[in-house]
Design a protein around this ligand. Structure first.
Ligand code: GLU
Length: 489
């Protein structure tokens, strides 16, 4: 493929960037990178009621979070701009003038009520329920005079007589054919002079020199209409690639019912952008049918449309969790500290100054947690005991562990074993505590559970000896002393 590949992601800012849109963006990005092409971001903000600046910003943030850098678009610029549809009215007007000159469009004066009646009549006859082309046969001069007199009108595409069925070769779905009579003489420009959706998209793709239109298959039925517009304009038709839907585990189209659907919601749930990117890339594409952990570089080097599946993909939260956990485990300690810190900060455990001053300590925390969490939101609750002065002991842990026979004696022995240690590091702590059960004649499990509950407040925690080192001697001994009166012997 030539180096002139130009693709675009064209979200409508009527909501956040959701999972399906993000996958479309990823495929476009990867396709552009794979071919050394250009990835364009175009904001389709023509629906004034539903498009908001806030949504545009949310989409841009989500793209940035995923690392989907675009070569042309809002904030980046480019020679095919502007990149907001609301700023491109001039090019739609120009295209309309071109079509008028070429005889590819005609004004239609039918009122909405008349159109409704025509549709009804068509339907009643069991035939085509679209526009019956009344105004197509008006005398051209008479029509021009009515336009000049200011009579309300739209501009329709004059689908050429004798045009056969509309066939195209979709890069994902293969040969696709639409019967030409399923396509109306569609409206290109409305009574108020604004371009319709299909007209705007086609003009944009044509004037932005887009070579491949990679988008969701909810747009498949727009494609024959857009092909006819390209033909009327006399410009090359791009290659289309329609991506199948993403379904929830229940086989229904992914929606809010299935929980989080926006990219930023996944960010807020503690997923890593590289894991989300990897997971979404594999929802409908595969490298070789087996590799699951694929870096963005590998994706950018290997992505191809012919490995995109025609079948709907199923979104599986468990697989995403697994993948996120895999990325967390593989991450360097330094990197993970950088990712952890905002989570610790937002849980009120760490200030920005402490994040710097306690970096060494935080690096030691990494191996305690990296194998135990799948998402970053699990982190703060798991390690909060290491940041606080004291801990509150969970009621059931107290009943189950601290009030067990021998727990009090075990706590006293642990305190004695730790109080006099020359150094308070994991190894020394472990050696000292391992001697306790035999010395006091209490089962190891009782001893270790007792100190764990005393120090962490619960029965489940990161590894004990390492945790004690990170907690430090002073707080360890204070916690043992505080827990002691809760035990009965
Ligand atoms: N703006 C459309 C959407 O958000 C996409 C149009 C296209 O990709 O052709 O669904």
């Amino acid at each position: 493929m030539s180096e002139n590949v130009r693709v675009r992601f064209a979200p409508s800012p009527t909501g956040n960037l959701h999972i399906g849109g993000a996958r479309t963006a990823i495929y476009n990005w990867a396709f552009a990178r794979r071919h050394g092409g250009t990835f364009v971001l175009r904001i389709e903000d023509t629906d004034p009621e539903r498009s908001t600046e806030e949504n545009t910003q949310a989409i841009l943030r989500a793209m940035e979070w995923l690392g989907l850098d675009f070569d042309e678009g809002p904030g980046v610029g480019g020679k095919y701009g502007p990149y907001f549809q609301t700023e491109r009215a001039e090019s739609y007007a120009e295209a309309l003038e071109g079509l008028k000159a070429a005889g590819g469009t005609y004004p239609c004066f039918c009122t909405p009520a008349e159109l409704d009646a025509k549709r009804e009549a068509g339907r009643a006859k069991g035939g085509f329920a679209g526009y019956d082309r009344t105004c197509r046969s008006l005398d051209a001069d008479a029509a021009a005079a009515r336009v000049a007199a200011g009579e309300p009108h739209v501009w329709r595409l004059k689908v050429p007589d004798g045009r056969g069925d509309i066939a195209f070769s979709d890069a994902v779905r293969g040969e696709v054919t639409f019967p030409v009579d399923a396509v109306d003489d569609l409206v290109l420009v409305r009574t108020d002079g604004t371009a319709t959706y299909n007209f705007a998209v086609t003009i944009d793709d044509a004037t932005m020199a887009i070579t491949h239109v990679v988008r969701g298959d909810d747009h498949l039925s727009n494609t024959p209409k857009q092909i006819l517009i390209y033909e009327a304009l006399g410009v090359p038709v791009p290659t289309f690639a329609h991506l199948s839907m993403i379904l929830g585990a229940d086989g229904k189209r992914l929606s809010k019912r299935h929980g989080a659907t926006s990219v930023e919601a996944y960010r807020d749930l503690g997923y890593l952008p590289e894991a989300v990117m990897n997971y979404l890339a594999l929802l409908g594409w595969s490298l070789d049918g087996e590799t699951t952990v694929i870096s963005r570089e590998t994706l950018a080097e290997n992505f191809s449309l012919d490995r995109v599946s025609k079948n709907p993909a199923i979104f599986d939260d468990e697989k995403l969790d697994w993948m996120n956990g895999a990325y967390i485990r593989e991450m360097s300690a330094d990197e993970l500290v950088d990712r952890m810190n905002p989570w610790l900060a937002s849980a009120g455990l760490l200030t920005a100054d402490e994040a710097i001053a306690r970096r060494e300590w935080l690096l030691k925390l990494v191996p305690l947690v990296s194998e135990r969490i799948k998402r970053l939101d699990e982190l703060a609750p798991m390690v909060a005991f290491l940041f606080s002065e004291t801990v509150e002991i969970d009621d059931s842990a107290r009943a189950k562990v601290l009030q067990k026979e021998g727990a009090g004696v075990a706590l006293d022995a642990c305190r004695d074993a730790l109080a006099g240690l020359a150094s308070f590091d994991t190894e020394t702590i472990e050696a000292a505590l391992r001697e306790v059960p035999e010395r006091v004649g209490i089962k190891p499990k009782v001893v270790f559970q007792a100190i764990r509950v005393a120090v962490t407040g619960t029965t489940v925690s990161p590894p004990l000896f390492e945790s004690l080192e990170l907690l430090g001697r002073e707080r360890t001994l204070l916690r043992i002393a505080a827990a002691r009166p809760l035990s009965t012997d």
